[in-house]
Ligand binder design. Structure first.
Ligand SMILES: O=C[C@H](O)COP(=O)(O)O
Ligand SMILES: CC(=O)C(=O)O
Length: 220
């Protein structure tokens, strides 16, 4: 069975372009507005220009606005979108994509009709099949390591070979290799190159170093 509301192919193509432009999408929690631009610059300098800013903090929306102004070359997504109200805010501030950690039918429907493509979070085959009914073929797998990691995703590829994933949650510079070797993985997401300790100490050079280590090991 499929829904009357279907994601246009053009949105899948846009997600492919975003998720294939680098092997890694950094998932960022920004607690201080003045950290937004130097943090984003540190990541871009290290070779990552697709950034997911989670809407988990009070300053996240303003942080996205500042990063978009300061770094027009960056592709900026809003993460941790949990409601239609947050999706609308993300649309209003002009993000390039929206990410959810988990996805309700209402979010799938809204995303299918939005101009801003949705990378929907899933943790089980049933959740992927729910998205499939709305025409989705690209998903986040979250929390990846806690849900069986690369072994689980490899198994998803049996019944659903057309579904491609961005695993996130517990991904590290080392285990990223296991995911990126799978045919159904487009890229991985993670926070390891921008840990809270380095953000709190404003060690932007340290973040660029970790980012460069990751991009040199996993060039697209
Ligand atoms: O909630 C966590 C983010 O999705 C990234 O996960 P991570 O900190 O394990 O890399
Ligand atoms: C887990 C994740 O990427 C999110 O909170 O959107």
């Amino acid at each position: 069975m499929s829904s009357a509301i279907q994601l246009p192919q053009a949105q899948t193509d846009r997600l492919d372009a975003i998720c294939r432009s680098g092997a890694i999408i950094p998932v960022l929690v920004i607690e201080r507005l003045d950290h937004a631009v130097p943090l984003a610059k540190a990541l871009v300098e290290g070779g990552l220009n697709v950034l997911e800013i989670t809407l988990r903090t009070d300053c996240a929306v303003d942080a996205i606005k500042r990063i978009r102004e300061a770094l027009p070359e960056a592709i900026v997504g809003a993460g941790t979108v949990l409601s239609l109200a947050q999706y609308r805010i993300a649309e209003e501030i002009g993000v390039d994509f929206v990410v959810t950690p988990g996805t309700t039918p209402a979010l799938y429907e809204y995303g299918a009709e939005s101009e801003v493509p949705l990378l929907p979070g899933t943790a089980t085959v049933s959740e992927v099949v729910t998205g499939w009914e709305y025409g989705y073929r690209r998903f986040k797998f979250f929390p990846a390591e806690a849900n069986g990691g690369a072994k689980a995703l490899k198994s998803f590829g049996g019944p659903l070979p057309e579904a491609l994933f961005c695993p996130t949650g517990g991904v590290t510079v080392d285990n990223a290799a296991d995911y990126l070797a799978l045919p159904n993985v487009m890229c991985v997401g993670g926070s390891w190159m921008a840990p809270k300790s380095l953000i709190d100490s404003e060690d932007w050079a340290g973040i660029t170093r970790l980012t460069r280590e990751a991009t040199e090991r996993y060039p697209r």
